[in-house]
Write a protein of this length. Structure first.
Length: 717
């Protein structure tokens, strides 16, 4: 149990003198046939069991040592003694018989330490200085050896006991450690944590809720299926003990796995199948069952690899042939599927065979369409192939994405890649080979460039060139990704510095490498908008939306440019789409309301004044309406006035509405809207208050038309 201190060694000597260590193996029936006859010529005086020694059995040997020293016991050098009397020998035998059913600390001598006489044992078992063969140890002895080795590694000096039966005890038995009760071993929360676990055999029991196997994991954001670790840490001890109790019976493990599989507990079933395989790796049925569990977890490629191993072990295993054929159909390997269906015999369903043949014909049409560069036909035939069973075929999805890219339908290409399988590169390379995997990665890199994920595109393209250095398309895509990434980075820095003309040039340089890149087009539109080139900005936004209709940033920028040019109908159309896509965006809602009002003015419609027809002024009737208009990005001018005697000023404001269509002119009658006056009204009447983005920016007292128009010109210029 770890490194033994000098005090610990002395304690062991006392225990040896008390319990009669040399006669321990006399009554072991399980291994008596392989052990030599014990030698009774010992130099240590045997003592019968005493009440004090019985009290020390449940505690540690360190406590025994302290008790012995407190009573003045001294450890003296061993000297020759005479043969004990028959009475004392009988007492010693009784003492030995009482300790026969369990292991004590003196029965195991750690490597590097020595008991009385300096005896050592590589396996942790001694018998009068002689080594016990592994075959005679049994499962209980193996468990004891595992605990002993683990204590050596951890350096623990506290005794840990295990049952001598074939089941690992769990609970408050003997001096097994319990959480929070005298546990001085860090991390020793449960007894199962004190024994080393072989990685292959018990790893799935220590974390039963995770889908990890030796063949890899399915890639889903580092937590593939949401398996947490909080529950697994609690379930580990019982699962581990369950595995230990049946670990020598792989058929039992398989039956348990089948039960879990039928009940939908695929992760637990996978762990049990792995445990059975670790015991008997040459059993084909275990591999096939593991393949079924992997398939249920969506780990298709790993399932194929397990089926291949099952067929390698048992080439005429028809059920394995049938399963791998079904997997090949899903992966778009129609020819391989048909081959294995033929070897499946009666296990193969005729409908499944017909399905594989249909898929084979559709894949041939896809290949022909690609050679002819008939991209529309390729999209149509690949969609049919996916719906005909190839729902997890990476090559089919790559063909369809490539066709969308060729037709400049970047958004649909991105959606196709996201719908397709997300296999790990290593597993995909193992399945498709380096050339096939490189082709698939090249298409994915092009989609990432089109979607503006330049850094990710560069990484993927580099992987493709490493897998297939002779792939010219992959090399071209890698250069393109590096060029557009550099152009965007340079343009962004210049834009932040307010150097809009230079930023526009930088984005244009990137567009030379990718003419239809929506991100670069939208960024250049922002520069042109800042430079007042609204027409060119609208052209760039339109080009970006042609390839990515859901690109909200480009649509919002185009709506804003149309509003600045007074094209309210086009602006309203874009805002209507944005309201559907981003219903919670208050800024979009405010701009949409503003554009609608301006469109009404432009078309000559009434705004909501019952006393005056065809007016361009907006009559405010509630605080909520007042907030909506004043929170707009456009300038809003609120005219606070008393009802009588302001007709002439209202007519002047109507004329200003026609001259400045981008400005919201609000009229607030104080008598009818006293709450608004208390909310944000002026102290003097009449008055004009200018608002923008919900904040007051200017206030004019009186009703001087010349002053009002001069301020409007200054703010809108």
């Amino acid at each position: 149990m770890g490194d033994i201190s000098p005090e610990r060694k002395a304690g062991c000597g006392i225990l040896n003198a008390v319990f009669g260590r040399n006669s321990f193996w006399l009554g072991r029936s399980t291994s008596a046939s392989v052990l030599s006859t014990p030698n009774h010529n010992n130099n240590v005086t045997k003592s019968p069991s005493t009440p004090n020694s019985r009290r020390r059995r449940g505690g540690s040997d360190e406590t025994a040592f302290l008790e012995s020293t407190s009573k003045g016991l001294e450890v003296v050098a061993p000297r020759p003694t005479t043969r004990p009397s028959s009475v004392s020998h009988q007492k010693a035998s009784i003492t030995h018989h009482q300790n026969q059913s369990r292991f004590t600390a003196d029965a195991v001598v750690p490597g590097g330490g020595a008991g009385v006489g300096g005896r050592k044992s590589s396996n942790g078992y001694v018998n009068q200085g002689k080594q016990v063969p592994k075959e005679a140890i049994g499962i209980s002895g193996e468990l004891e050896s595992m605990i002993n080795d683990h204590q050596k590694v951890k350096g623990s000096s506290t005794l840990v006991r295990a049952s001598s039966s074939n089941v690992m005890l769990f609970g408050n038995l003997g001096n097994l450690r319990q959480p929070g009760v005298g546990n001085t071993n860090p991390g020793g929360n449960n007894v199962c944590g004190h024994q080393p676990q072989p990685a292959d055999e018990y790893s799935h029991y220590s974390q039963p809720n995770r889908g990890h196997t030796k063949s890899g994991t399915c890639n889903k954001d580092n937590n593939d299926y949401g398996y947490g670790n909080s529950k697994s840490s609690q379930a580990a001890p019982s699962s581990l003990c369950r595995a230990i109790s049946t670990r020598m019976d792989p058929e039992t493990l398989k039956i348990m796995g089948n039960e879990d599989y039928k009940n939908g507990r695929f992760v637990e079933a996978l762990a049990l199948y792995d445990a059975a395989i670790s015991i008997d790796p040459n059993k084909a049925s275990y591999r096939r069952n593991k393949s079924a569990a992997l398939t249920a977890l969506g780990r298709i490629l790993e399932a194929v690899f397990e089926c291949r191993e099952a067929i390698r072990i048992e080439p005429r295993y028809q059920r394995a042939h049938n399963r791998i054929a079904t997997l090949y159909v899903r992966l778009g390997e129609a020819e391989k599927a048909i081959y294995h269906y033929k070897h499946a015999g009666p296990e193969a369903d005729p409908q499944d065979i017909a399905k594989a043949k249909t898929l084979q014909a559709l894949l041939q049409k896809c290949t022909e369409a690609q050679k002819l560069r008939d991209w529309n036909s390729l999209i149509r035939e690949s969609s049919r192939a996916i719906s005909s069973g190839g729902d997890s075929a990476p090559q089919i999805f790559a063909l369809q994405a490539e066709a969308f890219l060729k037709l400049h339908r970047h958004q649909e290409a991105d959606e196709t890649v996201s719908k397709g399988p997300n296999f790990e590169v290593d597993a995909c390379t193992k399945f498709l080979g380096p050339i096939g995997s490189a082709n698939m990665l090249t298409v994915r890199a092009q989609v990432d460039i089109a979607a503006g994920r330049f850094d990710n595109a560069l990484d993927v393209a580099q992987q493709a060139t490493r897998l297939d250095p002779n792939n010219r398309v992959a090399a071209i895509v890698m250069k393109r990704a590096r060029a557009v990434a550099a152009a965007r980075s340079k343009g962004n820095e210049l834009f932040k510095a307010g150097r809009f003309s230079e930023a526009c040039i930088a984005y244009s340089e990137g567009l030379e490498h990718d003419h239809y890149n929506s991100v670069l087009l939208c960024n250049r539109a922002a520069c042109r908008s800042k430079l007042g080139q609204f027409e060119k900005a609208i052209e760039d936004c339109t080009a970006a939306l042609d390839v990515r209709p859901s690109y909200s940033k480009a649509r919002l920028r185009r709506a804003d440019c149309n509003a600045k040019l007074g094209r309210w109908e086009a602006s309203v159309q874009d805002y209507e789409v944005l309201i559907i896509e981003t219903p919670d965006d208050e800024e979009v809602a405010s701009a949409f309301l503003e554009a609608k009002e301006q469109l009404k003015r432009q078309q000559g419609g009434a705004s909501a004044d019952t006393n005056q027809e065809r007016t361009n002024l907006i009559a405010i009737s509630s605080i909520e309406e007042f907030r909506q208009y004043t929170a707009s990005r456009a300038i809003s001018i609120a005219y606070f006035y008393n009802k009588p005697g302001e007709r002439q000023m209202l007519q002047i404001m109507e004329q200003l509405c026609r001259r400045h269509p981008s400005v919201n002119f609000l009229k607030v009658e104080v008598e009818d809207n006293s709450p608004i006056l208390k909310f944000k009204g002026p102290e003097l009447l009449p008055s004009f208050i200018f608002y923008k983005n919900g904040s007051m920016i200017r206030e004019i007292h009186g009703d001087d038309p010349e002053t009002l128009e001069s301020v409007i010109d200054d703010l809108t210029s």
